[in-house]
Design a binder for this molecule. Structure first.
Ligand code: DX5
Ligand code: ZN
Length: 221
């Protein structure tokens, strides 16, 4: 039985006090740190790179760091993130010329690997690489921004992904990313997810003033 994991997306954190915010959500019960990397090319936004991942490690973050690459190309940045302390590295199949090679590269660098599926990307990308995947990440919004609404069709896709993972008999996490909040997480879990990314559902809700708010929100997830 896989344990459910809560993965706050630091995209919605206060970057001026990132280390402190990450410490606070982990102390409140979050399990892994979701780290969104955007390149203003594959997605229309620009965020953070390996230096910030390394800075979190130097700050003392020991929890797994779940690097979600929304960049193209993917291969040349993978070793940099592995060296910076990434635990998981996931990428979008449309952004890689050679999906099998990119997955293998992630594992060769000592990290766990994963594929990310946009709302309209078919799960058939998994067909010949199931043995090279440690995580399947379904996007429940189009990638690029926090604070969007959960796309309901993702629930059926989650059920299908859950069937595929169970049928494989492999130890693969099923992560969901986009519009996950306290009030819809139960339905999303029932559809088969075991790893829950939430950005605007956790950060920026008066927690800077009162960190106990994180305990309340994460406790309800
Ligand atoms: C969107 C990112 C998400 C984002 C989720 O492209 O991949 O991780 O931070 O934000 P919320 O939870 O606010 O939808
Ligand atoms: Zn993400």
């Amino acid at each position: 039985m896989t344990r459910d994991l809560i993965a706050p997306s630091i995209l919605s954190a206060d970057f001026a006090r990132l280390g402190e915010e990450v410490d606070q959500v982990l102390a409140a019960g979050a399990d892994i740190v979701h780290f969104d990397v955007m390149d203003n090319h594959y997605v229309p936004n620009l965020t953070i790179g390996p230096l910030v991942c390394e800075a979190l490690r130097k700050h003392g973050v020991e929890a797994p760091i779940d690097v979600h690459l929304m960049v193209k190309p993917v291969d040349r940045i993978i070793p940099d993130f592995a060296a910076a302390g990434a635990s998981y590295i996931t990428f979008h199949p449309e952004a890689s010329e050679h999906i099998d090679r990119s997955l293998q590269l992630i594992r060769d660098q000592g990290c766990k690997s994963g594929l990310v599926f946009n709302p309209a990307t078919p799960l058939s990308y998994l067909d010949y690489v199931m043995d090279k995947v440690d995580m399947v990440l379904l996007m429940s919004v189009n990638p690029g921004f926090g604070g969007q609404s959960f796309i309901p069709a993702t629930l059926d896709k989650l059920r299908e992904a859950r069937r595929r993972i169970d049928a494989s008999g492999r130890d693969i996490r099923l992560e969901i990313d986009g519009g996950v909040k306290v009030d819809n997480i139960a339905e999303i879990k029932a559809a088969g997810a075991d790893t829950f990314v939430s950005g605007s559902g956790i950060f920026g809700k008066g927690c800077a003033e009162d960190p106990n708010r994180y305990d309340t929100i994460i406790g309800q997830m």
